[in-house]
Design a protein around this ligand. Sequence first.
Ligand SMILES: Cc1cc2nc3c(=O)[nH]c(=O)nc-3n(C[C@H](O)[C@H](O)[C@H](O)COP(=O)(O)OP(=O)(O)OC[C@H]3O[C@@H](n4cnc5c(N)ncnc54)[C@H](O)[C@@H]3O)c2cc1C
Length: 312
Amino acid sequence: MPVLKSTLLSLSRNRRLRQILETSRLGHRLSSRFVAGISLEEALAAVAGVNAQGMAATLDHLGENVERLEQAEAAADAAAASLNAIAARGLHCNLSLKLTQLGLDLGEAVAARLLLQVASVAYRHGNGVRVDMESSAYTDATLRIVEQTHAQGFPVGTVLQASLYRSAADLQRLREKGITVRLVKGAYLEPASLAWPRKPDVDASFDQLMEQMLQPGGSMPAGPLRHALATHDPQRLQRAQMFATAMGIGPRQLEFQMLYGIRRDLQRELAEAGWPVRIYIPYGAEWFPYFMRRLAERPANLLFLMRNLFSA
Ligand SMILES: Cc1cc2nc3c(=O)[nH]c(=O)nc-3n(C[C@H](O)[C@H](O)[C@H](O)COP(=O)(O)OP(=O)(O)OC[C@H]3O[C@@H](n4cnc5c(N)ncnc54)[C@H](O)[C@@H]3O)c2cc1C
């Protein structure tokens, strides 16, 4: 993995830098490139804007690795409130969340209980919850909790990372259970014992998993969530569209997902080609780790950061 990328990902865990940036005006200005705002109201306005362009959204109230039960419970309450607001305004939007935000570091039982609480609100509204995938330290626990919650009849799906060697086996099991998957490349720093260190191998793995995901067979996912391919990589997108079309897979079975503020041209192209597109809209005061992962993905983003620093 290139040095710059791993340095930025290591810095994403630096508490001091996080505190300085999250509380500064300059930090807010920088984060607005990838983050829709601090308040739910700002995020809902971004959702409405995306909906007006014919695309759906998934809302992520930023936050991860909480250390106290009250924080986890507050995150679950905020998630429930955002589901209520989405329903009240008739927006086309579901929810994405991280289990470490719901207290996974405090124990699996805490995160499982709070996910059930949020998923039951989603169920009442006919909506769904996508559980983001965090670093490999959490993969087993995340999948266990998602599978348990889904088995109880709640509308949850999750994410698999093409960078991890294990993902083909996880995908097979989730497909058998009818659990929808968002396939991504993977945004975390991982050891070579668990993940492909070279980008071309991650890309090849993404293509293989995409084909595995879209093969006939497996339980047909029912409910509000669909299988999703989440990438801004034009080559991956082209292969996926060709494969899906060849397999006779239509818009009701698959959607494409991209991040707020990234490759709006591709978002529009896919939507104009008739594919369902969902935009991942993050918001909230705790934006630093998310922001650093976005910087790490593309070195050119550092130029934008530098320009802003010098013009401030
Ligand atoms: C909807 C969605 C949800 C996600 N959820 C998760 C998750 O739960 N867990 C997880 O580990 N990862 C998640 N990711 C992140 C993902 O793993 C990748 O890190 C990220 O999408 C960048 O990879 P890429 O597939 O776009 O391909 P890349 O090869 O990295 O990028 C392809 C092209 O996309 C553009 N691009 C990509 N990233 C950026 C950026 N940050 N800034 C500007 N341009 C960029 C560039 O033009 C680049 O050339 C998610 C991504 C999306 C789109």
